[in-house]
Design a protein around this ligand. Structure first.
Ligand code: OFO
Length: 173
C-alpha cells in the first residue's frame, strides 16, 4: 500500500509530466508555424515520451492501492524568440523535472518506501538522458548559428526522431 505523502507527491508528478507533454506539444506547434517540421517532429516524439512518464506514476499509484487525482494544467508558453531559445527552455524545464524526481527519491528514502525507490531509479537514469538529449540539440544549434542552410540541415536531422510506444508492452497495466 502506498503512503499518503508519496501518493500525493506522485499525483503532483503526474501533473508535471503531463505538463511536460503539453509544453513540448506547444513547442511542436511553434516549430510547425515556422515550417521547421523536423523540430516539430522531435518535440512531438518527446511529448509522447512524457505521457509515458505520467503513465508510469499513474500505474504505480494504482498498483499500490492509492488514489489517483488528476490536477489542472497551466497554459504553456506558445512563442519563443528562436529555435534555440525553445530548446533552451526545454532544457530548463528538464532541470526542473530532475529536481522533482530527486525530491521524490529523497521522500522514498525518508519513508523507507523501497517499491517507490526502485521505480524512481528508472527516472533518475532517464533524467540524465533527457537533459543530455536536449543539450545535444542546443550544441548543434549553437554550431549552426544564424545560418539558414544550417538550420534546415538541423531540422532534417531532428526530424529523424521516431516516437516509440508510450510504454513498453511489459509495463502496460
Ligand atoms: Fe519526463 O522527463 Fe522530461 O519532463
Amino acid at each position: 500500500m502506498i503512503g499518503k505523502r508519496m501518493q500525493d507527491v506522485m499525483n503532483e508528478q503526474i501533473k508535471h509530466e503531463t505538463f511536460s507533454a503539453y509544453l513540448y506539444f506547444s513547442m511542436a506547434a511553434y516549430f510547425h508555424s515556422k515550417s521547421l517540421d523536423g523540430m516539430a517532429q522531435w518535440m512531438k516524439a518527446q511529448a509522447q515520451e512524457e505521457f509515458g512518464h505520467a503513465l508510469r506514476f499513474f500505474n504505480h499509484i494504482n498498483d499500490r492501492g492509492g488514489l489517483i487525482e488528476l490536477q489542472a494544467l497551466d497554459k504553456p508558453q506558445t512563442e519563443w524568440e528562436s529555435p534555440i531559445a525553445a530548446f533552451k527552455a526545454a532544457l530548463e524545464h528538464e532541470v526542473f523535472i530532475t529536481g522533482k524526481i530527486n525530491d521524490l527519491a529523497k521522500l522514498a528514502d525518508e519513508e523507507n518506501d523501497r517499491a517507490a525507490g526502485i521505480m524512481l531509479q528508472w527516472f533518475v537514469t532517464e533524467q540524465v538522458e533527457e537533459e543530455d538529449s536536449v543539450s545535444t540539440v542546443i550544441d548543434m544549434l549553437e554550431l549552426v548559428g544564424d545560418s539558414g542552410h544550417g538550420i534546415l540541415m538541423a531540422d532534417r536531422e531532428l526530424g529523424q526522431r521516431i516516437a516509440g510506444p508510450i510504454l513498453p508492452p511489459e509495463e502496460e497495466a
